[in-house]
Design a binder for this molecule. Sequence first.
Ligand code: HXC
Length: 517
Amino acid sequence: MVNQYNSTIETLEKLRLESIAGGGEKKNDVQHRHGKLTARERLGLLLDDGSFEEFDILKTSRGGALGDERNYPGDGVITGHGTIDGREVFVFSQDFTVIGGSLGEAHAQKICKVMDLAVKVGAPIIGLSDSGGARIQEGVDALAAYGEIFHRNVRASGVIPQISCIMGPCAGGAVYSPAITDFVFMVQESSYMFVTGPSVVKTVTHQDITSEDLGGAQVHSKKSGVAHFTTPNDILSMREIQRLISYLPSSNRHRAPMLDLRDPADRIDPTLDYLIPANPKQTYDMNVLIFSILDGAEFMEVQPGFARNIICGFGRLGGQTVGLVANQPAVLAGVLDIDASVKAGRFVRFCDTFNIPLITLVDVPGFMPGPDQEYGGIIRHGAKLLYAFTEATVPRISVIVRKAYGGAYLVMNSKHIHCDVNYAWPTAEIAVMGPKGAAEVIHRKEIQSADDPEAMLNKKMLDYRRTFVNPFLAAQRGYIDDVIFPRDTRHRLIRTLQILEGKNTKGPERKHGNIPL
Ligand code: HXC
């Protein structure tokens, strides 16, 4: 009896060790030589010490799937759950040392199992991708397996935060699972994502291009906007995921954790009274305001390298997570273009889905004019941001610090699309259009017939600026709830968040709206 017991324990130990060994030492060394950690090392860094509990360590690849009878223990992915700063998360980490981390039937079943549990329990799912994609030998079953993951990504969207970290190759349709998730991290120089790789590009378009130039972290963080965060190495990507998790609720049923950074709610910043330059054409850095008002000057910017004319990210006010959307006058004068609209629209929807209050800091001259933007569909892309803000039922607070013109004023969380509380600084310019455009339209004849048309234009611009370009007309109408002293912004925002705590808005019954995609 004792012997039998011992042998069972030994068998279990042996099987577990086989699975833990993955592709073996040699392949681990290759992984390290490429500047990458192994799948288990990554989980070790991501999760609290000793918190990882593995599922399906004994699950093997489908027998015969690889054209031989080998059963690969673990099937190239490590799955389970653990904690980050004491909060439960579900994880999967693809193991490139086992059949290139390729996705076969058993591999996908393991991922689906943790995704299903994460949704049931209400905890984030974090996927660390390092995979050659669909396991070629498993043919259509591998494609079917991807489909099961996509299906779950969509079902989980808006229920639990989904985070992807691309830590190796990610090609073909495989990119669409990360693309559906809420946030995509990429590791610089060791990860890439594309629908078709360089060799297919060469065949179809006769263009020579490297993997890095086609779908590296630089490309996706600056040009395409696919990646939300990039990090120089595996270690820092795990740290950044931990940081992101600290801002997020575990699910749409939970509140984001409060974190007291011991920054007084009534702290004022007199330097803000001088932030806006006297010359309206002069730029300034919106980050100064952001870092000034947030608790402990801590801000996690999302997509910092993409559409830099708008800033999106997470911070805290009075300990509470807020989603911040701010025009950046230092880049393209803070204009709204296609990329900025899409970037901010998706961010707003994430915050709304997960009950994170939205703060808008407005300095926007308008939408970007021109054929490029019109042909690219600025109308429907701009409409996404309009739709996202209008649809959002979380507490919404706006501060207009300088320009707020025309349609862009309306879109940027104005009172008219039911923002809860709207503030303006005394430097705010709220009008249908800027002084030059307005003067040229309404005084065209007078300007053209003047002895000195330029002098007349300047006079009319000045008149217009004095009469219309201020926050007081909007405040008189009640479209602005208060014109506040810039130095008090932090305090006013925190107080307003407190009163909006109990906000409850329910729209009419419907399956879902039809956002202009
Ligand atoms: C089976 C695979 C594999 C795959 C890699 N391997 N990708 N096995 N299916 N998709 C195996 C290799 O045979 C090799 O096995 C081991 O993994 C390591 O791969 P290497 O090629 O030696 O590594 P490296 O030189 O670093 O190159 C990595 C790579 C390359 C760039 C990922 O392996 C590659 O191009 N793989 C194919 C990628 C691909 O086209 N996948 C299909 C994408 S389409 P051994 O035994 O030698 O160690 C797709 C469709 C999804 O995924 C659709 C969803 C709807």
